[in-house]
Design a protein around this ligand. Sequence first.
Ligand SMILES: [Zn+2]
Length: 244
Amino acid sequence: MKRYPLILEEMTMGEFEEGIKLTKTILIPFGSVEEHGYHLPLSTDTIQAYEICKKVSRRMPLFVAPPVHYGNCRSTSCHPGTISITTTTLKGLMKDIVRSCHSQGIKNFIVLTGHAGGSHRMALQDAGEELVSEIDDIQIAVLTEFELARSAGVGIVETEDDYHAGEIETSRIMYSHPHLVKGEGRREIPIFPSGILVRDKRKYWQNGVWGDPTKASAEKGKQLEALVVQKIVELAKMMEGFDE
Ligand SMILES: [Zn+2]
């Protein structure tokens, strides 16, 4: 019998029963439905996080939860196509998923978000903190995969201010889902008024890109993806042997 990868959405009840004998660790990918310029799909963040989780699960036995497609988006909320949920909903979702997985015997949780928005990340972090105080025998890691790609990708990424739908994200989708890339995108570095919260964010950020997608390539995407996969494999192994 094929023992892994353990991709929950493709598994049966019996396969889960066998899987839980192999591992008590789960990866939970979080994404967003958010504009990523005129050239990348609205699910860019979800695709990236889910792709990493699936690749990690080929390397070692751990469960991969179906991705949470919706996230909290603030700065892109006025751009066409962005569908945002509140941080309260997001926190509640993560807590419900973790509690339910725990009742099924899972102990180690790696929450990997593809969306890197500040309030979104904070909500996941808050949910994690509340869960570790609530449940004694679990461990939780909350990571932003874009940050891992950015830090591990020094030397690969040429654009200094590359944050959204730029060189990094375009490279990643060009590698894993080339059929979803529509054209090449344009360099854009938005300037928002300092300190003032603006109502119409699109007025200051016309094309929804923060970085330079023209510097992207599938080869860079392949390298960045491999680096992030490696980081998560190391983290999962460390968590499984970690005794607080
Ligand atoms: Zn993104």
